[in-house]
Design a binder for this molecule. Structure first.
Ligand code: C2E
Ligand code: MG
Ligand code: MG
Length: 737
C-alpha cells in the first residue's frame, strides 16, 4: 500500500481509516515529505516491519480514535526497534480525553485539526529534529577525551542542523606538528593539549556552534556563517595556544568551508575545510584559509588519480625507471634506484611526487610497490640470463609497507621466484616512516637485515628526528639528498650539515650515498668529505629499463668502495650516541660540569655535541643553537686555550687551561677547561672538553689579592697567607668579571 519513498526525502507513515483524509494529508505534506499510507493499525505495523528503517515518523489521525489505533500505539512502543519512533497524533479540537490517552500510550506530539499545511509541516519538522538529536545523544559516542562529539556524532548532528536550513559553514582546526609534541613531551601532554583546545572551543564559540573531534588533533566545527562567528574562530585559532605552557611554539591551522550546496555530505565538507587548512601548513604568516577553486581542482585531480589507479596496475601503465648510482672514487656505475613513472592514458606522464602521497593515503601504494619490486626482479633476471653485467638495484619501501607483517617473506619470495641473490635487491626506507612509528620501523628493518637485505635510509637529514633515529635504528647506508641542503637559506649551512652528517656516519661506520648530485662541483666536494656513492642528474637522469640495459652493456660497471678510515677503527663509535654509554655519563651525569665533544682542525674548533650544563654555561641556557666555542673565549686567552688542546691531542694526555669567556648574554666568566684526546683522523682530532665555571673562586681570590695589596701598602703582615689562592691572578690590564 502507498507509494515508494525516495531516499533523499524523509518519509512519513500516515495512518488513517479514511481514504479521502489520507489523500488530503498526503497533499498537505507533499512539498516536504514522502508518505506511506495505512488504513489501520495492523496495516501500519506490517508496513513498519517491511520498511521501518526508512520511516522517520508516524502521523496518526485520531479524530475517531478506536481501539485498534490505541492497540497500534501500544504494540509500537512495546517493540524495541520502534520504541523511539516519533508519533504525531492528529486530534479533534476538543477531544482532550482521547489526546491524554494517546499521550499516555507513547504518542510524542499532538496537532489539532483543522490546521494549515505549513503548521503541520513545521510541527513535524521540529519533532524530527528533536528526536534525531535525542537519538544521537544516546546512540553515538562522545569523544571521551574532550567531551566533544566524536566523528559520527558530529557528522550526524551537523547534518541535521544543516538540513534544517540556514546559512552555515564548516571549520577544521588542526594542531601543527602534533605528532612531534607527542614524541617530545609524551602522550599525556598531547592529551592535555587537546583538552585545552576543546575547552577553548567550548568557551569562545557561540552556543549554536557544534564542535567535534574527528580524530587525533583534528577538530571540526559547524557554525552559522556570520562575520562575528568567523572572527571568534580566527581569534580562537590565534590565541588559544599562545601562552600554552610547553617549551615549544605550537600553532593551530584553521580551514573554512562555506556551505552553499547542502546536498554535499558532511564528511566531504569536513575534508574540504581540512584541505584548506592543510594548504597553509608550516606558513608562519597565515593561520586561516578558505576552501577555494584551487583546492577543488586539486581534489578533482586526486579523485581522477584514485579512480584510475587500479586500471593502471592491470594495464601496466606504471613504468619502472632506473636512476644510476656511481662510485665517487672510480666513477663507475655501481647501482641504481628503481623509480616509478605513470603513463596515464588521459593525464600523460605523472611524476611519483604527485601520486605516491595519494596512494599512501588509500593504501594502494602497497600494491604499486609490489608491482615495482616484481618488475625490477624480472628485469634483473632477464639481464643476468642475457649475460649483461648487473648492479644491485634499490627499490623504495613506503611507510605502508613497513607495517606489512609478511613484507620480508614477500621480498624473499620474489628473490626465489626470479632466482636472484639477495645482494641484488636493496631496500630504501624513508626517514619519515620513523616519525610515524619508530618501533615498527625498527622491528621491520631488523627483520629485513637479519634476512640479509641491504637497507638504506632514504632522505636522511630531512626530518627532525635524524639524530634520534640513528641511535635507535641500524641500517647499512644513509642516503642524503643534496637538494634538501640547497633549500636552506644559507648554502654554507647546507655544506656544514652535510659534512657533519658524513662525519657522524663515519663514526657509525655507515656508508653515505648522496643523491640529487647535479654538478661537478658537488662531486668534488663529496669526494673531499669522503662520500662514497653519488646519484643524480650529473650522472644521468632516471631512464627506462632498456636504456639502462644498454648502459650496463657498455661495461663500466663496478662495485662501490665504502671505506672507514683506520684512525677511527679502534674507537667504539656507537658509544657516542648511546644514552647509557660512557660518553653520555660523561656528558650528562656531572651536574654543573659543562661537557662537549669537539673537532680540532688546525686553528679551528667545532663543537659536535654539548650537554645541558655546557649550554647553560656558554649560552646562558638559551636554547639549542650552535655553539661556536672559540668565539666565546676572550681573544687574549684564545692562543693559550688552543695550545692546551693541541697538547692534549699530541701527548694524548688530559690538559687543563684556565681562560675567560663571554657568554651569549655578554656576561664574563672564568672557565677551567680540561681537554682529553678521543680519536684522530688525519689532521683532525676529536676531543672531549670539560668546562667548569670558576668565576666565584676567581672573585674570591681577587678580593683576597686586593686586601693583600691594601695590607702591603699599610705595612701589615700576613699578606702571604692571604694569597694562598689556587690560581694566578690575570695579567695586568685584562678584563675581570
Ligand atoms: P626518492 O626515493 O628520494 O627518489 C629520489 C628522487 O629524486 C627521484 O625523483 C629522482 O628522480 C630525484 N632525483 C635524484 N637525483 C636528482 C637530481 O640530480 N636532480 C633532480 N632534479 N632530481 C633528482 P622521483 O622519481 O620524482 O621520485 C620522487 C619520490 O617518489 C621518491 O623520492 C620516492 O619517495 C617516491 N617514489 C618514486 N618511486 C617510488 C616507488 O616505486 N615506490 C615508492 N613507495 N615511492 C616511490
Ligand atoms: Mg629513494
Ligand atoms: Mg631520496
Amino acid at each position: 500500500m502507498g507509494a515508494q519513498c525516495a531516499d533523499a526525502r524523509k518519509c512519513i507513515l500516515v495512518v488513517d481509516d479514511s481514504a479521502v483524509d489520507r489523500i488530503t494529508l498526503r497533499a498537505m505534506l507533499a512539498d516536504r515529505y514522502d508518505t506511506l499510507e495505512a488504513a489501520h493499525g495492523p496495516d501500519a505495523l506490517a508496513i513498519l516491519e517491511r520498511q521501518g528503517r526508512r520511516i522517520a515518523a508516524v502521523l496518526l489521525n485520531a479524530s475517531r480514535l478506536s481501539l485498534s489505533e490505541y492497540e497500534f500505539l501500544r504494540s509500537l512502543r512495546s517493540r524495541q526497534e520502534f520504541a523511539s519512533l516519533p508519533v504525531m497524533i492528529l486530534a479533534q479540537l476538543d477531544d482532550f480525553d482521547g489526546e491524554l490517552r494517546a499521550l499516555k500510550l507513547g504518542a510524542t506530539d499532538i496537532c489539532r485539526r483543522p490546521c494549515p499545511p505549513s503548521l503541520l509541516q513545521q510541527q513535524l519538522e521540529n519533532l524530527l529534529l528533536f528526536s534525531e538529536a535525542v537519538a544521537l545523544d544516546s546512540s553515538l559516542g562522545r569523544d571521551s577525551l574532550t567531551g566533544l562529539d566524536g566523528r559520527e556524532a558530529f557528522y550526524a548532528r551537523a547534518g541535521a542542523v544543516i538540513a534544517a536550513g540556514g546559512e552555515y559553514m564548516i571549520a577544521s582546526l588542526d594542531v601543527e606538528r602534533f605528532k612531534l609534541i607527542n614524541d617530545l613531551f609524551g602522550a599525556a601532554q598531547g592529551d592535555a593539549l587537546l583538552r585545552h583546545v576543546a575547552a577553548c572551543l567550548k568557551d569562545a564559540l557561540p552556543k549554536e556552534a557544534l564542535c567535534g573531534r574527528l580524530e587525533a588533533d583534528h577538530f571540526a566545527i559547524c557554525l552559522p556563517r556570520t562575520g562575528a562567528a568567523e572572527e571568534a574562530l580566527i581569534a580562537l585559532a590565534r590565541d588559544c595556544l599562545r601562552d600554552y605552557p610547553l617549551d615549544m611554539k605550537i600553532e593551530l591551522r584553521l580551514g573554512l568551508y562555506d556551505i552553499v550546496d547542502t546536498a554535499v555530505p558532511v564528511n566531504i565538507m569536513c575534508d574540504r575545510a581540512r584541505m584548506a587548512g592543510a594548504s597553509i601548513k608550516g606558513r608562519f604568516d597565515q593561520i586561516c584559509a578558505r576552501y577555494n577553486d584551487e583546492h577543488r581542482r586539486a581534489l578533482l585531480k586526486e579523485q581522477a588519480i584514485v579512480n584510475s589507479m587500479r586500471d593502471a596496475l592491470e594495464q601496466e601503465d606504471f613504468l619502472v625507471y632506473f636512476h644510476p648510482k656511481h662510485d665517487l672514487e672510480t666513477m663507475r656505475l655501481v647501482g641504481a634506484e628503481a623509480l616509478v613513472r605513470w603513463r596515464h592514458p588521459r593525464l600523460g606522464f605523472i611524476s611519483p611526487a604527485s601520486f605516491v602521497p595519494i596512494f599512501e593515503k588509500s593504501g594502494f601504494i602497497s600494491a604499486m610497490d609490489e608491482y615495482v619490486w616484481e618488475h625490477v626482479c624480472r628485469h634483473l633476471r632477464n639481464w643476468m640470463d642475457a649475460g649483461v653485467p648487473t648492479v644491485p638495484v634499490s627499490v623504495n619501501l613506503s611507510r605502508v609497507d613497513i607495517h606489512k607483517p609478511q613484507l620480508c617473506e614477500l621480498l624473499l619470495g620474489l628473490l626465489r621466484k626470479y632466482r636472484l641473490p639477495i645482494h641484488m635487491l636493496r631496500l630504501e626506507v624513508t626517514e619519515s616512516s620513523y616519525m610515524d612509528d619508530p618501533q615498527q620501523l625498527n622491528a621491520t628493518i631488523r627483520n629485513l637485515r637479519l634476512a640479509g637485505f641491504f637497507v638504506e635510509m632514504d632522505d636522511f637529514g630531512s626530518g627532525y628526528s635524524s639524530l634520534n633515529m640513528l641511535k635507535d635504528i641500524y641500517v647499512d647506508a644513509l642516503k642524503v639528498d643534496m637538494r634538501f641542503l640547497e633549500n636552506s637559506s644559507d648554502s654554507r649551512r647546507g655544506t656544514t650539515i652535510l659534512t657533519a652528517v658524513l662525519r657522524m656516519a663515519r663514526w657509525l661506520r655507515l656508508p653515505v650515498v648522496a643523491e640529487g648530485v647535479e654538478t661537478v662541483h658537488q662531486v668534488n666536494f663529496l669526494r673531499s668529505v669522503g662520500c662514497a656513492v653519488g646519484q643524480g642528474n650529473y650522472f644521468g637522469r632516471p631512464i627506462p629499463a632498456d636504456e639502462f640495459r644498454t648502459l650496463l652493456c657498455r661495461g663500466s660497471v663496478g662495485t662501490e668502495s665504502f671505506r672507514v678510515p683506520d684512525e677511527y677503527a679502534d674507537m667504539e663509535p656507537e658509544a657516542l650516541w648511546q644514552a647509557s654509554g660512557e660518553f653520555s655519563c660523561l656528558f650528562n651525569a656531572l651536574p654543573g660540569v659543562g661537557a662537549c665533544m669537539c673537532l680540532l682542525d688546525g686553528g679551528e674548533l667545532e663543537v659536535l655535541r654539548a650537554n645541558d650544563a655546557c649550554r647553560a654555561l656558554l649560552a646562558d641556557g638559551s636554547g639549542i643553537g650552535e655553539i661556536v666555542l672559540l668565539e666565546h673565549i676572550c681573544q687574549t686567552d684564545r692562543p693559550a686555550f688552543l695550545r692546551a688542546l693541541h697538547a692534549a691531542a699530541e701527548r694524548r694526555q688530559p690538559q687543563h687551561v684556565c681562560c675567560r669567556c663571554r657568554t651569549a648574554s655578554g656576561r664574563l666568566v672564568w672557565l677551567d677547561a680540561g681537554a682529553s684526546f678521543l680519536a684522530r683522523s688525519g689532521e683532525r682530532v676529536l676531543l672531549a672538553l670539560m668546562l667548569r665555571d670558576m668565576t666565584r673562586e676567581k672573585q674570591r681570590e681577587m678580593r683576597l689579592c686586593r686586601q693583600e695589596h691594601a695590607l702591603a701598602r699599610t705595612g701589615g703582615h700576613g699578606a702571604g697567607r692571604l694569597r694562598r689562592g689556587i690560581f694566578r691572578s690575570p695579567a695586568r690590564g685584562t678584563e675581570w668579571p
